[in-house]
Design a protein. Structure first.
Length: 243
């Protein structure tokens, strides 16, 4: 297309480029102003980290806008911490080049990616991720997605439970969206063994008919074919709800 004289903007997976990362750097500036307005300061930022653009931008933004000491914790839903970290380091270098600002000598020293919460694999549910979806929906009315943010929140909860975060810390959870993934189901799904769920060959016809409107009658149970509405029912969010 370029040879034809057309202007092309190539957007890779996750829009993870140095330019894309700068969007999150600017978002840190906004977050810093919000924290300053109510006299608080985060010690940690937890978020999902896969293609690396989000974390690269957050790290650049923290350095530029006075959050240098904030621990930015990326949680992988798929790849190893080493491979994601390498991508992040490259984007950090590129972002500083775009800004014409000297980069830190060792940008990799501030990169923390956890790969302990991937579970069985990318896009596959894990008990701790499902528990995080349920907790946030019930306690805060916040919907996580099962692929990315649920695993990031599972890591945050785990750090609290293990004492790695205490009452002296202020953790900011950076929600990166993706809630529509709650409605995803593999094309091969054809049977369902969760009590209270019924469907025909079209997955979209699933409805929760459980007597218990909070747990959906299937809390703490799972089935590969019901990960979509099944997750929502376990979180107390149903197809018939107004969301």
């Amino acid at each position: 297309m370029r040879r034809e004289g057309k202007r092309v903007a190539a957007i890779p997976l996750g829009a993870s480029t140095p330019l894309g990362a700068l969007g999150f750097a600017r978002a840190v500036e906004e977050a810093a102003a919000q924290f300053a307005a109510f006299g608080a300061r985060p010690t940690h930022i937890f978020h999902a980290s896969s293609s690396g653009g989000t974390q690269a931008g957050l790290l650049v933004g923290c350095r530029l806008f006075g959050f240098e000491d904030v621990n930015v914790i990326g949680v992988s839903p798929d790849d190893s911490s080493a491979s994601i970290g390498a991508e992040i380091a490259g984007m950090i270098k590129g972002a500083y080049e775009l800004l014409d600002v000297p980069a830190p000598e060792r940008p990799g020293d501030r990169i923390t990616v956890l790969d302990d919460y991937v579970g069985p694999g990318y896009g596959l549910g894990a008990p701790e991720a499902d528990a995080a979806i349920s907790l946030l929906a019930r306690a805060e009315g916040v919907l996580l997605d099962p692929v990315y943010t649920a695993k990031a929140m599972a890591a945050l909860i785990d750090w609290i439970e293990k004492g790695r975060l205490t009452e002296r810390d202020t953790a900011l959870f950076w929600h990166t969206g993706g809630q529509m993934a709650m409605f995803y189901a593999p094309a091969w799904s054809s049977t369902c063994d969760i009590e209270g769920f019924h469907h025909d060959d079209a997955y979209s016809t699933i409805e929760c008919e459980c007597a218990d409107e909070i747990t959906g009658g299937c809390f703490d149970r799972s089935s590969a074919c019901c990960r979509g509405y099944g997750r929502m029912a376990r979180a107390g969010v149903h197809q018939r709800s107004a969301i």
